[in-house]
Write a protein that binds this ligand. Structure first.
Ligand SMILES: [Zn+2]
Length: 328
C-alpha cells in the first residue's frame, strides 16, 4: 500500500499543505482556509480535504487514513515539538494554549504527528530539498510581515530550553532604534519586516521626499503599498527606494554578522516575501558581514536566497514527519 506523508503549514489566513511519497516527492498540494479562532475546525477541514485526495473509501463517518504514514505540521508561534503545545501565536489567537499534536492525532486516525515552528519547518525544508542541501549547520532568516528565524546545528533544529530559540527578528541592533511590534526597541524586525519597510517608505514620502517617484508611489498605492511595489521602483533606479532596501540589507548584515560569530554556520539562508527583493537587500548585507566576523574562514559565509518558496514549511514538516518514523 502506498505510504503518504502530510506536511502542513498553518498561517493566519490559510493552511498550505503537501502530500509526499516516501522519498519526499510532492504528489499533491493545496490550501484550506484557516479559522483563526478555532484550530479544531481548521484541522477538521484539512483532514476532509486530505481524505478526498488519499484516504480509501470506508463505511465509517470519518476517514481512516490507512495509507497515511505520518503527519507534520508547522505553525507560527511558540511551538513545543515534544508536548505539541502551542503558546504565543499572534496570528492565531483562538489556537493559543492548545495542543496541536493531540488535535491532529484526533483528526488523522491517531497517526504519528510532528509539530514545529513555521520558520524551523521552512529551514528544515531548505536543508533537505532547498538551498541548504549538503550542509549541517544553517541559519535562516525569514523576512515576512515580521522577521522569523531558525537555526540548525549538526542537522538538528535548535529549539532551546523554552522553545524560544532563534527569535532572530527580535535581536536588538540598536537600543535607540525604532519601536518593534513586540514592544521592544531597535529589533531587526523594526527595520526588515515588510510592515516596517512600508512604514519607513511612507514616512520618507511624507517628510523628506515630497514630489519624488517614491512619494508618488506611496500616494498612488495608499493602503495597498507593498515591499514588492517598492522593489520594482528600486529596480528602475530610484535612489530613495534603493537606499531604503540598502538600509534593510545593512541592518540584516549586522544580524548575520552577530549570528556567524556565535554559530559559524555553513550558510545563511534568507527567505520570506521581502527577500524577493533579492540583491537589493542581499548585496548590502553581504558587504557588511565580513566587517563583523572574527574568524577569517567564516568571513565569506554564503548568504543565499531560500529556494523552496511559500511551500518550504509544509515540505519541511513532511520531511520531519517521515524522519520521525525512521528514528522512533
Ligand atoms: Zn521585537
Amino acid at each position: 500500500m502506498a505510504e503518504f506523508y502530510l506536511g502542513a503549514d498553518t498561517g493566519g489566513t490559510g493552511v498550505k499543505y503537501v502530500i509526499t511519497d516516501g522519498d519526499g516527492n510532492v504528489v499533491f498540494q493545496g490550501e484550506v482556509p484557516t479559522d483563526p479562532r478555532s484550530g479544531k475546525k481548521t484541522l477538521a477541514r484539512l483532514a476532509m480535504e486530505v481524505a478526498e485526495k488519499i484516504a480509501p473509501p470506508t463505511d465509517s463517518d470519518r476517514p481512516v487514513f490507512s495509507n497515511l504514514a505520518a503527519v507534520g505540521m508547522a505553525c507560527a508561534g511558540i511551538v513545543d515539538p515534544v508536548s505539541g503545545h502551542l503558546g504565543r501565536s499572534p496570528n492565531l489567537p483562538g489556537w493559543e494554549d492548545t495542543n496541536l499534536k493531540s488535535m491532529l492525532a484526533n483528526e488523522f486516525s491517531e497517526k504519528p504527528v510532528v509539530v514545529v515552528n513555521d520558520v524551523n519547518g521552512a529551514l528544515y525544508g531548505e536543508y533537505r530539498f532547498g538551498s541548504g542541501r549538503g550542509c549541517e549547520h544553517l541559519v535562516m532568516i525569514a523576512l515576512g510581515t515580521g522577521v522569523g528565524g531558525g537555526v540548525l546545528l549538526n542537522g538538528h533544529l535548535l529549539v532551546g530550553s523554552h522553545n524560544g530559540a532563534a527569535e532572530i527578528g527580535h535581536m536588538v541592533l540598536d537600543p535607540s532604534g525604532p519601536i518593534c511590534t513586540c514592544g521592544g526597541v531597535g529589533c531587526l524586525e523594526a527595520w526588515a519586516g515588510s510592515v516596517a519597510i512600508v512604514k519607513q517608505a511612507r514616512l520618507l514620502a511624507r517628510v523628506e521626499l515630497k514630489d519624488t517617484a517614491l512619494s508618488q508611489l506611496v500616494t498612488e498605492k495608499g493602503e495597498e503599498l507593498t515591499t514588492r511595489d517598492l522593489s520594482l521602483l528600486a529596480r528602475k533606479g530610484d535612489a530613495a527606494s534603493l537606499a531604503l532596501f540598502a538600509e534593510v540589507g545593512h541592518r540584516l548584515g549586522y544580524a548575520v554578522g552577530n549570528l556567524v560569530n556565535i554559530l559559524d554556520p555553513d550558510k545563511v539562508i534568507i527567505g520570506g516575501g521581502v527577500a524577493l527583493a533579492g540583491e537589493l537587500i542581499l548585496g548590502p548585507c553581504r558587504a557588511m558581514v565580513p566587517q563583523l566576523v572574527l574568524a577569517d574562514e567564516a568571513k565569506n559565509v554564503p548568504v543565499v536566497p531560500a529556494e523552496l518558496g511559500p511551500l518550504a514549511s509544509a515540505v519541511g514538516a513532511a520531511c520531519l514527519a517521515r524522519e520521525s518514523l525512521a528514528i522512533s
